[in-house]
Design a protein around this ligand. Structure first.
Ligand code: FES
Length: 135
């Protein structure tokens, strides 16, 4: 399948997921999609638009400092800031090790509508609380 980004050769990386085989991904790919393609039955009930929080993950390593404003607002609303991240709002990067917190198997729910290839809503970026110097 072509994704319309033939100018750049993707950087192949591995995402480690607790309880699952390593997930092959490419840097910049939407994390929720990489996880699902890699065999992780993660939920994405809102279709990847930062509304449901069922795509939540917790990072053991490699948590990105960048956070979309949509993710920030939703995590703050649900009092999940500092506890979980939304995999539909995250781009894959090297060194990620994480747990998927809500799966089809653990909840008995269908994963949900397929997320788009690109992060939705169109990302405006901020920095997660606790990033950098607080670190
Ligand atoms: S918040 Fe619904 S899929 Fe990410």
């Amino acid at each position: 399948m072509l994704f319309g980004m033939t100018q750049n050769i993707p950087q192949h990386i591995t995402v480690q997921v607790e309880g699952f085989a390593d997930v092959a991904a490419h840097a910049g790919e939407r994390l929720v999609l990489a996880l699902e393609r890699g065999g992780v039955d993660i939920l994405h009930r809102c279709g990847g638009v930062a509304r449901c929080t069922t795509c939540r993950v917790s990072f053991q390593e490699g948590e990105p400092d960048a956070m979309t404003l949509a993710e920030y607002d939703k995590l703050a609303e649900k009092e999940l800031l500092g506890q979980a991240r939304l995999s539909c709002q995250i781009e894959c990067a090297p060194g990620m090790r994480l747990s998927a917190l809500q799966t089809a198997a653990s909840t008995g729910l269908e994963p949900g509508k397929a997320p788009a290839e690109a992060i939705e809503p169109a990302p405006e970026w901020t920095t997660r609380p606790g990033a950098s110097t607080e670190g």
